[in-house]
Each structure stands twice: as C-alpha cells, then as structure tokens.
Design a protein around this ligand. Structure first.
Ligand code: GDP
Ligand code: IMO
Ligand code: MG
Length: 442
C-alpha cells in the first residue's frame, strides 16, 4: 500500500474533489500541497453539495486527518468561513483533524488589489484569474516579502512585516489612485487570526514524517491541473503554483520518494476557465450542450467554463510530466446527449504533425487538432456501479483513451454522487494493495 498523489491532468475541475472523497477511506491523512482558495472541489454529503476551497476533500470522512501544507497560499477569512460552513453541516472539525503549516504564505488584504491592478494593466491579455490574491501572494513569497502563518503568531514580527510591505506597496496603490492600507488595522485583524489559528498550526514536515514512521498512509490532493502549472502549463495563462507532482515534495516538506503512485484525473472532454489557448474548444451548439449537461460553471467564481473535445495530446503530456500510473475518467454521462463524440489524437502546425504538447502559447494558439470520431454509446451509463454493465460503445472509447495515453483506467465516475463510481479492482489493487477493500465505504 502506497501514498498516492491524485491530480488533475487538464485545466482543473476534472473532479478531484469527488475522486479524493471516494478514495479517502483507504488512507489515514489527506494533504493539500499547493494553490489556495482559487480551488473549488465539489463533494456530496448525504446528497448535499459541498464545495471545498482550502480544506482537503477528505474532511467529510470522520477520523481522517487533513493537512494544509507550506506550499499553499492561505486566506484566514476563507479558512474560517469554510470551517463554519462545515460545522454547520454537522462535520466535526477541530485541531485533531486539521493541521496547518506554519510556513504557509498568508494572503493579505493588499494581494487582491495588486491582482486587480495587474489584471487591468494586461488589458485584452488578462489571465482571467479568480481574483483571490493567489498570484500576488506567490509573487511576494518568491520575492521574499511574504508573511507566513507562523508570523501571525508572533505579534512583533507581524507588525514589522506589515509595515515593511506597506512602505513599498502603499506607494504603488497611491500611484494607481487607491487609498493606502493602514498597518494598524491589518495588524489588529491578522494578529487576531493568529490567535484563533494557533491550535491548528504545526511544523507539517515534522508531523507528516512522524505519521509516516507510524505506518500511516497519505493521499496527496492536487488543486488546479497540470496545464495550469506555473512551469509546465500554458504559460502565462496559468496559476502561480506547482500543481504537478514535484509540488508535493516542496509543498509539504517530504522526499519525492514518499509519492509512490500517481493517479491522474481526466474528464472525457475538456474545460477551461479564464483566458489562454485551448485547441479543442467548441464555440458552437455542441460546446453549449456539454456546458449545460455538465453544469460547467466555476465552483469558485461561478464563471462559465469553456468546453471542448478530449485532447489526448495535452493529457498524454500531463501523464508524462507527472508519471501518471493510473487514470480516473470523469463525466462520461455528460456526453450521452450528443450525436457523436470526437477526441483529438494529434495536432497539425504549419503543415507538420505534432504529437507532443508544445510549450509556447503562440504555437498552441495556431495548432489544428485532428480528431477521431466515436458513436455515442447506449444505454446510458449514468450512475452505473459495475464494470460489467458498461456498454461496448463506451468501452471502445475507454480503450482508445488507454491505448493513446498508454495508461490504464482504474476509476470511472458515472455521476456526481459518492456512490456513482466504478473501480477496476485489479488496477486499484496495484496502487492501494489490500486497502482497495476500503473503497466505497463511508
Ligand atoms: P475539481 O475542482 O477537480 O474538484 O472539480 P469541480 O468540483 O470544480 O468540478 C467537477 C464537477 O463535476 C462537480 O460539479 C462534480 O459534482 C461534477 N462531477 C464529478 N464527476 C462527475 C460525473 O461523473 N458525472 C457528472 N455528471 N458530474 C460529475
Ligand atoms: P480547481 O482546483 C479551474 C484558473 C483561473 C485562471 C488561472 C489563474 O477547482 O481545479 P489564479 O486565481 O489561480 O491566479 O487564476 O487559473 N484556475 C482554475 N481553473 N480550476 C481551478 O481549481 C482553478 N484555479 C485557478 O480561472 O485562468
Ligand atoms: Mg474546481
């Protein structure tokens, strides 16, 4: 039985929340390693929709420990709101079940304003961010101006760091016609957060090493997706963190050797929120049908998601850079309303064939996808639970995806509910061992 990394292989919203919630019973801890409350991970608790932004998606399972690593950018406001929403639903969340890294970066009130200035300066080329202050908080981390969770617990340090930041930042805000921030006001608010957060705060690296030594197993939960990774995504139309496998090590203080298996999640079509190249995008009635049937609206911002066909060039790339061992396919039921299904297997660019995903956005913007067409299967697979019941038309599509990506499918999601899941026991056993028996349990 291994520690397992679960991550998105597209531009986010592949169904990570649902898959993590499904797999959680086989693990002791669920840990987030990057991103922030730009994430929106949907899970269902007794038929009620819950969207998690900062707290790992294992939290709905009593007894599981959830960890927020140093690689995240942490909004105290978002955290306390999520905590109170969860408690309102009857979920027991306390410091025994939730651990926050003292080295996580804190999103400060000036970060969303920095983002607003930056996005409007880009004009037509704006990234279309979630406006949560994610990018500027990571900028401050790399530029070494960041304020960390541990600083909130040390009043004198906190005040000095706010003062240092505002000495420069207020000049910029004033130049753009915005009023300056007050050190005192921010200090009072954030020192108060520090007091309230203190029970949750730990050295996460030490904590996880102790857990591993005690034989506990960790499920690592990626946010966003490989194509939004700051290095490997469609730069600059990306998020500001390392969503790919390497982020686990730097985002939690663990050796890369602690990630023993990688499960990549892919929708059987593609979506993207915000700007940036999207070769298989459908701007027609078919795209609109997928958006409606798939309820493709951002779980965080409510923005409509752009929809398109499955892109095997992009997902093959994601499988390569993450070392994906097995795949989870999500939302196949959404395609059942269409007349036919297409999937891109390679691109053409200036007359030549491309089978590797290009890293330059100006190439990606101009590639022409080549498609293979599949008939829509019947009967419907919506909410099916057994592999044996899957129609041969769907299996043709599934086997084509496996062959094209050279990765086996281990999970097939067939609806929004926790129980709407088919898992291939042999494939799951390869990564979970005897713990595969825990799957599907509460
Ligand atoms: P995440 O960010 O990767 O966790 O994904 P989101 O929660 O943002 O978006 C995935 C959406 O698809 C959510 O509304 C899920 O409830 C839904 N979903 C997940 N799996 C399936 C599925 O197999 N079929 C359908 N119809 N919806 C699904
Ligand atoms: P989950 O975890 C989809 C996108 C934004 C924007 C770009 C940068 O739910 O899959 P940011 O606010 O991060 O600086 O925005 O990244 N984006 C997501 N798209 N799912 C997400 O998270 C996303 N998080 C960020 O739309 O294009
Ligand atoms: Mg999402």
């Amino acid at each position: 039985m291994s520690n397992l990394l679960v991550l998105g292989t597209q531009w986010g919203d592949e169904g990570k929340g649902k898959v993590v919630d499904f797999l959680a019973p086989a693990f002791d801890l669920i840990a987030r390693y990057q991103g922030g409350h730009n994430a929106g991970h949907t899970v269902y608790l007794s038929g009620k929709k819950v969207v998690l932004h900062l707290i790992p998606s294992g939290i709905l399972h009593p007894g599981k420990i959830c960890v927020i690593g140093n690689g995240l950018v942490f909004s105290p406001q978002a955290f306390f709101k999520e905590l109170s929403d969860l408690r309102g639903l009857g979920v027991k969340v306390d410091e025994k079940r939730l651990v926050l890294s003292r080295a996580a970066q804190v999103i400060m009130p000036y970060h969303p304003l920095m983002e607003k200035i930056s996005e409007s300066a880009r004009g037509q080329k704006m990234i279309g961010t979630t406006c949560r202050g994610i990018g500027p908080c990571y900028e401050d981390k790399i530029a070494r101006w960041g304020i960390r969770v541990g600083d909130l617990l040390e009043p004198a340090v906190l005040r000095e760091k706010i003062e240092d930041n505002l000495r420069i930042k207020n000049k910029i805000f004033e130049a753009f016609g915005f009023p300056p921030f007050s050190t005192e006001e921010i200090y009072r608010e954030y020192a108060d957060y520090g007091e309230k957060l203190a029970p949750f705060v730990q050295d996460v690296s030490v904590f996880l090493h102790q857990q591993i030594k005690a034989g506990k197993k960790i499920l690592f939960e990626g946010a966003q997706g490989a194509l939004l990774d700051v290095d490997f995504g469609t730069y600059p139309y990306v998020t500001s963190s390392s969503c790919t496998a390497g982020g686990v090590s730097t985002g939690l203080g663990l050796s890369p050797k602690q990630v023993q298996a990688v499960l990549g999640i892919t929708k059987v079509y593609t979506t993207r929120v915000g700007s940036g190249p999207f070769p298989t995008e459908l701007k027609d009635e078919t795209g609109a049908t997928i958006a409606r049937k798939g309820d493709e609206f951002g779980a965080t911002t409510g923005r409509p998601r752009r929809c398109g066909w499955f892109d095997a060039v992009a997902v093959r790339y994601a499988c390569r850079i993450n070392g994906v061992d097995v795949l989870a396919l999500t939302k196949p039921d959404v395609l059942e309303e269409l007349r036919e299904i297409k999937a891109c297997f390679r691109y053409r660019y200036k007359g030549s064939v491309l089978t590797d995903f290009p890293s330059d956005p100006w190439i990606l913007e101009k590639v022409e996808p080549e498609y293979r067409t599949f008939p829509v299967w019947s009967p419907s697979i919506h909410r099916l639970k057994n592999f044996e019941e899957l129609p041969s038309g769907f299996l043709d599509y599934l086997h084509w995806i496996e062959d094209t990506l050279e990765v086996k499918v281990a999970l097939i999601s067939t609806g929004v509910g926790r129980e709407d899941m088919i898992y291939l026991k042999d494939e799951m056993k390869k990564i979970l061992g005897e713990k595969a028996e825990f799957l599907g349990r509460e």
